[in-house]
Design a protein around this ligand. Structure first.
Ligand SMILES: CC(C)(COP(=O)(O)OP(=O)(O)OC[C@H]1O[C@@H](n2cnc3c(N)ncnc32)[C@H](O)[C@@H]1OP(=O)(O)O)[C@@H](O)C(=O)NCCC(=O)NCCS
Length: 219
């Protein structure tokens, strides 16, 4: 998960309050038609196709900024970037919605390919052998975020599992800032292993871990 800006500003402790927005009636009907109850929280998990992902982008960016404790307003540019991601081959998104119809968590990704910025940044840190092992038929888990007031209740794991269950690639790869936190605990619990540690992406001073594992997740 990469930062919203590339000017080196560190994240701060405050985050913007989430602004509930009324839900479009048509979308509500689709949600009710497709929802799956979550036993742990009163939520529904479902696929967001590219068109709805774009419609929902502002709400999802609010979750991203709040979850990552980025400064309010720091996500300028995300909208266009994420929309471009949604057009990529193999794009998939799972979102969790609360009873009020607002998204509480989401993850998305797409099939990794030569020429993509993230793929090229990771490849330059890998040996030839590691490239052949990891960068062949993988899905890049681009973002995974849970609204802060819903974290620590298993929702992130459920969204991630649902996302991975639908993938046909051989492997999943992701990047996450180095540190001991809930994200690392989740990825380790699901069997993600080190692909590359202390990696520096162009334009970001923070070290990242690149983690991966074979799919399917329960194999
Ligand atoms: C990382 C993140 C996605 C994990 O999602 P999450 O819903 O908070 O956490 P998980 O799904 O892993 O759930 C694990 C926690 O829920 C608890 N839990 C699991 N099932 C539960 C249940 N049914 N009821 C209550 N708690 C439960 C576990 O005890 C565990 O707690 P712990 O981590 O304190 O040990 C989320 O915390 C987040 O958005 N963090 C900030 C952004 C971020 O780091 N994103 C990833 C960047 S790469």
């Amino acid at each position: 998960m990469l930062p919203p800006t590339t000017d080196g500003r560190p994240p701060v402790a405050e985050f913007a309050p989430l602004r509930p927005k009324p839900l479009d009636r048509g979308l509500m009907e689709v949600m009710l038609a497709e929802h799956t109850e979550n036993a742990h929280l009163d939520v529904s998990l479902r696929v967001l196709h590219p068109a709805e992902f774009t419609i929902r982008a502002d709400d999802l960016i609010d979750i991203y900024v709040a979850a990552m404790r980025y400064p309010p307003g720091s996500a300028a540019g995300r909208r266009n970037l994420w929309q471009e991601h949604s057009w990529r081959a193999g794009f998939g998104c799972i979102a969790a919605f609360g009873a009020d119809g607002l998204p509480l968590a989401f993850c998305y990704g797409y099939t990794g390919q030569d020429g993509q910025w993230w793929h090229n940044e990771v490849r330059r840190g890998l040996t030839h052998q590691a490239c052949a092992e990891w960068l062949d038929r993988y899905v890049e888990l681009t973002e995974l975020h849970v609204r802060p007031d819903c974290q620590g209740r298993g929702l992130g794991e459920q969204v991630l599992r649902r996302f991975l269950d639908a993938r046909s690639e051989r492997r999943v790869l992701l990047s996450t800032p180095e540190g001991e936190n809930r994200a690392w605990r989740l990825y380790r619990r699901l069997g993600f292993q080190d692909v590359l540690r202390q990696h520096r992406f162009t334009g970001d001073p923070r070290p990242f871990g690149i983690l991966g594992r074979r799919l399917p997740i329960d194999s």
